[in-house]
Design a protein around this ligand. Structure first.
Ligand code: UD1
Ligand code: UDP
Length: 387
């Protein structure tokens, strides 16, 4: 069986890692049913600390194809990828194309494959913010609706797909048993809740992260005595007033005596430098860093007092590590983090940000394994390996 993985943006390298490991394991255990994997990197992210650092640190194989597409407007970037991926698929003739998450890379790969009648498997299917102004929401909806195998990370995601008319939902959207055996897609698209590959990744790399020389020492941070923040969503970076409001909120947290460290996405750094250069200065109590590697990020997350973010992946990692999260958006796809009291949606109001980060903690509720059991990649590969 021939499979093409397509990735291109930071969170996709992290989602890919457990899947590549599961393919290796599958090939070791099933020499008769080998999966021949080809890796495509679209080049959506290209700075060393947005791309290569993840390949080095997570021990990922070098991409078989690097398309070097780079940045651009949505149409331009997606179009360039579509063109290039189509050629790869014509050359490789895979049985499956696997796409991850909700970026322009996801949409381009899903569309290129579907148009060539190559079956598409979407990892992280069914997530919805119900906000069509988010580029990611369009990417998710469109990728899901051209996919043949939809791997949901949660029951909520499977339920979203049911509401959109998908009927073939394995085990009624409950976590798929590990020994589920072969599944067929002959009767139209199949939806399966396999759990979240990002939870797999945290379990796989958590110990390795602990063994790394601690970033905390380097930055002089003490466990439980700082706030960690990331901001990169278009809705926040592309609106000067929203961005100002968020940084005022972070400053208000710093004024309360909590150091605030911000590994800054290049998009946000550019927006600050051009629109709000006054926030680039250290003296305002918010410490801006270059983007950090995954293992460093995990270390920063699990030792923070609180995490403030508009990232999808970071909200979940806060939940995995049991760190309270303040989400700088009005909605989230990861509703389980809210329902259990670990996450609060505050938008961009400075007072609300300060209150949520520094005020009393919300009451927490337990919910058993909303993101699976750390074996999502194994289920994915098992489904793909025995279609
Ligand atoms: C993309 C995804 C978003 C995901 C995020 C993960 C889309 C529409 N958005 O957003 O869903 O959460 O990745 O981080 O696909 N840039 C650099 N160096 C890089 C990469 C980007 O300087 O290596 C700058 C460029 O100016 C670029 C801007 O960041 O124009 C935005 O990059 P882009 O990949 O278009 O979107 P992200 O904001 O990274
Ligand atoms: N991340 C990282 N370094 C950083 C910021 C984030 O390694 O400086 C990791 C983070 O731990 C998570 C993933 O990148 O695993 C989330 O990616 P991002 O926030 O860019 O995108 P999103 O999840 O919102 O799509």
């Amino acid at each position: 069986m021939r499979l093409v993985n397509v990735v291109g943006a930071r969170p996709q390298f992290i989602k890919l890692a457990p899947v590549l490991k599961a393919i290796e394991q599958h090939n070791h255990e099933h020499p008769q049913g080998l999966i021949r994997e080809t890796l495509v990197h679209t080049g959506q992210h290209y700075d060393f600390e947005m791309s290569q650092v993840f390949f080095d640190e997570l021990g990922l194989k070098a991409p078989d194809y690097h398309l070097g597409v780079g940045s651009g407007s949505h149409g331009h970037q997606t179009g360039e990828m579509l063109k290039e991926i189509e050629q790869v698929l014509l050359d490789e003739k895979p049985d499956w194309v696997v796409v991850y998450g909700d970026t322009n890379t996801t949409l381009a790969a899903a569309l290129a494959a579907a148009k060539l009648h190559v079956p598409v498997a979407h990892v992280e299917a069914g997530l919805r913010s119900f906000n069509r102004r988010m580029p990611e929401e369009l990417n998710r909806v469109l990728a899901d609706h051209v996919s043949d195998l939809l791997f949901c990370p949660t029951e909520t995601a499977a339920e979203n797909l049911r509401r959109e008319g998908f009927t073939n939902i394995l085990d009624d959207g409950h976590l798929l048993p590990l020994d589920h055996g072969p599944r067929t897609t002959h009767n139209g698209p199949v939806v399966a809740n396999v759990g979240d590959v990002m939870y797999d990744a945290v379990l796989l790399y958590g110990t390795l992260a602990q063994g790394k020389p601690s970033i905390l020492r380097r930055l002089g941070l003490k466990q439980g005595e700082y706030a960690l923040a990331t901001i990169h969503r278009a809705e926040n970076t592309d609106d000067r007033e929203r961005l100002r409001s968020i940084f005022e909120g972070l400053e208000a947290v710093a004024v309360e005596g909590l150091r605030v460290v911000v590994p800054l996405h290049p998009r946000t750094r550019q927006a600050l430098s051009s629109q709000l250069p006054e926030f680039c200065s250290l003296s305002r109590g918010v410490e801006l860093l270059e983007p950090v590697s995954y293992l460093v990020m995990i270390n920063l997350e699990r030792n923070a007092k609180v995490i403030l973010t508009d990232s999808g992946g970071v909200q979940k990692e806060a939940f995995f590590f049991g760190i309270p999260c303040v989400t700088l958006r009005k909605e989230t796809e990861w509703t389980e983090t809210i329902e259990t009291g670990w996450n609060r949606l505050v938008g961009c109001d400075p007072g609300a940000i300060r209150k949520a980060a520094c005020g009393p903690a919300a009451e927490k509720r337990v919910r058993l394994r909303p993101y699976g059991d750390g074996q999502a990649a194994k289920r994915i590969v098992s489904c793909l390996g025995h279609p």
